[in-house]
Write a protein that binds this ligand. Structure first.
Ligand code: PLP
Length: 300
């Protein structure tokens, strides 16, 4: 795709960098960073890894494997205000080759002169607060062993939530969580059966039937999207727990965009029992809301 783009846009814009994501914002999944590095090398372009969300997990040795290939990046960002549990805002960027920083170098005559040792020559900001105090203190207090406790707990909670959702008849899991982010939605058992049935029929369907079945599936998902938005509102109204909501192209229903609930399980005070309570509450709210959607869903 890069070669094709470069050849058709030779006179305009060329691809100069490739960006991998280590912990995507919506699903927490990690790109295959080795493969991306190879592609970047093939085209001799810069390789950046956006580890803003997940990068801090690298502090714990036993989880380093998740980020295989990150060491090959030309630069990496990570945010202390995410998984370092520091206050906003503390975004960091690391460069493999310090001379790459000269691309943003700037100087002035009254300060940060060309021969100055002031690091301000290499920052986008001018006057800067003592922001690094925040992650420094966090690291001093927690240490890597503290982060190990935090991340072990977060991984345990993520697995617990995943299991609860898989076992529950009225929920559908929509990602394979790698880093503490779980996407799911409330889908009553009868609707799940209906969807399953459509998929089974699709296997041997004629092209014409396949179009009809896919239309039905799209319609069901359109209604479920509305229902998930309603459920999200109800959860916020109830105010006992918080999950965010997003819309994504899940593998199962590609290319349709699916509204999902997005739970981030990094609170060290959350327990498996609390997760169970949250799912019970969401199920109760979901069933109530389903009453308003039942007729429309049954007609599809
Ligand atoms: C993968 C990723 N990159 C970048 C950002 C931007 O973060 P910020 O503007 O807080 O530095 C986010 C925020 O959620 C993110 O998840």
């Amino acid at each position: 795709a890069i070669a094709e783009y470069n050849s058709t846009h030779a006179d305009t814009i060329k691809v100069i960098a490739l960006i991998g994501i280590a912990g995507t914002t919506e699903t927490g999944n990690i790109d295959d960073l080795y493969t991306l590095r190879k592609i970047a090398d093939e085209y001799n372009i810069f390789f950046h890894v956006d580890a803003a969300w997940g990068g801090s997990v690298l502090l714990v040795n036993k989880y380093r494997d998740l980020f295989k290939g990150i060491e090959k990046a030309d630069s990496v960002t990570f945010d202390a205000h995410k998984l370092l549990y520091s206050p906003l805002s503390m975004g960091l960027i690391l460069f493999k080759n310090p001379y790459d920083l000269t691309n943003i170098m700037h100087t002035s005559n009254y300060i940060i002169r060309p021969d100055s040792v002031d690091q301000g020559r290499f920052t986008v900001e001018g006057s800067r607060p003592f922001s690094c105090l925040k992650p420094w203190v966090t690291l001093k207090i927690f240490g890597t062993s503290g982060f190990e406790i935090l991340f072990d707990h977060a991984f345990m909670l993520t697995d617990t939530l995943k299991d609860l959702l898989i076992k529950h008849e009225n929920f559908e899991l929509l990602n394979n969580p790698e880093l503490f982010i779980t996407n799911y939605r409330f889908v009553p058992e009868s609707v799940q059966t209906k969807i399953e049935h459509i998929y089974q029929r699709l296997q041997n369907a004629s092209p014409q039937d396949a179009i009809r079945l896919k239309k039905r599936l799209t319609k069901i998902n359109d209604i479920l999207n509305e229902m998930t938005i309603e459920l999200h509102r109800a959860i916020r109204q109830e105010d006992n727990s918080f999950v965010s909501r997003t819309m994504l192209e899940s593998t199962r229903y590609r290319d349709q965009r699916i509204v999902v609930l997005r739970a981030i399980t990094i609170n060290p005070l959350t327990t498996p029992a609390i997760l169970q309570e949250i799912i019970d509450e969401q199920n109760k709210l979901g069933l109530k809301i389903y009453n308003d959607f039942k007729n429309r869903l049954s007609r599809v």
